[in-house]
Design a protein around this ligand. Structure first.
Ligand code: SF4
Length: 340
């Protein structure tokens, strides 16, 4: 038996994409995960994970005291190996101070000098596959099934979603399509969700997912399509995954809900503006369509998506009209008026 620690303190989507690695490691022995407080709830109930350790580096665990206390706590667990899914100096130093004898991470990471096994960062792979390679650097590439992320909403999440849908007047069995209009990066937000709601809302109930920061985007959608359900800011991430799992399809930007949908197997229409799936963060759901401008020399212009278009025209998103996106959504076989 090998006891493993995985350190993943990046964005929410990265945590979801780490789950294939966790599943692989669980075959070898117990697996604990250090992650952010925001991501910790996502891994609740996950059968591959023994313990989730939330590292609140900007709150309760801030400063050198919080860092050293966590290192001490990890040292007591006597892990055999740590996988640095997030490559900062801080994470590498944490692994070193926790006295974990085998420290595995990417050869390109900032903290690589503190690793004793460095794995090539494969630009040509999906990020879930890259992370999985940490556990088998010389092994075969993963199959699509091995690559699919997984999340496990429980009774609590199901009850929340039942209550939300019940209170919104949704009828049991009614077809739902999730919209995820938000993103931390402004240029990743496709601006025509309200018009898309009018296109698709006649044959399915639109459900808007996101955080409290997405309330304004949701308001514009419910104003255009009053039967749409605004679930922004009302559900935990795992309950959002449960809700997305109940939908016939999701329309999403290049943001965390895309990966929640991959984990729940929900048919995905993913809209990419300044970024491209080749960066390694495309959909992994069994049925998916990627929508992006195919004739712009400036695209992609940034790994994350800048806050404003550096050229001022923002054509990578503005040229993608609602009618065209609706057509792509209807190409997914699970949508109610599918033309597939
Ligand atoms: S430069 Fe091109 S790809 Fe980048 S935001 Fe502007 S239109 Fe989009």
């Amino acid at each position: 038996m090998t006891s493993s620690l995985v350190i993943q303190t990046s964005f929410l989507g990265d945590t979801v994409l780490t789950t294939p690695l966790l599943t692989q490691l669980a075959h070898r022995g117990p697996v604990d995960v250090v992650t952010t407080p925001a991501s910790a709830g996502l891994l609740a109930n996950h059968p591959a994970v023994r313990r989730v350790i939330a590292y609140d580096k900007r709150g309760a665990d801030r400063g050198i005291h919080g860092f050293l206390s966590l290192a001490k706590r990890l040292r007591r667990e006597k892990y055999d190996v740590v996988f640095l899914a997030q490559g900062s100096w801080r994470s590498a130093a944490l692994a070193l101070l926790a006295r974990i004898p085998s420290r595995v991470g990417f050869s390109t990471s900032a903290g690589r000098f503190l690793y004793n096994r460095r794995v090539q960062y494969r630009d040509d792979l999906h990020h879930a596959a890259r992370l999985l390679m940490l556990a088998r650097p010389n092994g075969r590439e993963a199959t699509p099934e091995e690559l699919r992320p997984s999340l496990h909403p429980g009774e609590r999440e199901r009850a929340f979603v039942d209550a939300l849908l019940g209170a919104s007047g949704a009828v049991r069995g009614e077809a739902l399509i999730a919209f995820a209009p938000g993103s931390v990066w402004a240029t990743k937000r496709w601006p025509y969700y309200p018009a898309l709601a009018v296109e698709l809302g006649r044959s399915a109930r639109i459900v808007i997912v996101g955080g409290t920061e997405d309330a304004e985007l949701a308001k514009a959608i419910t104003e255009a399509m009053p039967t749409a359900i605004d679930a922004t800011g009302q559900l935990s991430l795992l309950a959002s995954a449960e809700l997305i799992g109940r939908c016939a399809a999701i329309v999403t930007n290049d943001s965390a809900p895309l990966h929640l949908a991959s984990a729940m197997g929900t048919a995905t229409a993913a809209i990419f503006g300044p970024t491209v799936p080749a960066f390694g963060f495309g959909p992994l759901a069994p049925s998916a369509v990627v929508i992006g401008h195919q004739a712009l020399a400036c695209r992609p212009c940034d790994r994350h998506g800048p806050q404003v278009c550096p050229l001022g025209h923002f054509r990578c998103m503005l040229d993608l009209d609602a009618e065209g996106v609706a057509q792509q959504v209807r190409s997914l076989p699970s949508t109610p008026d599918s033309d597939a």
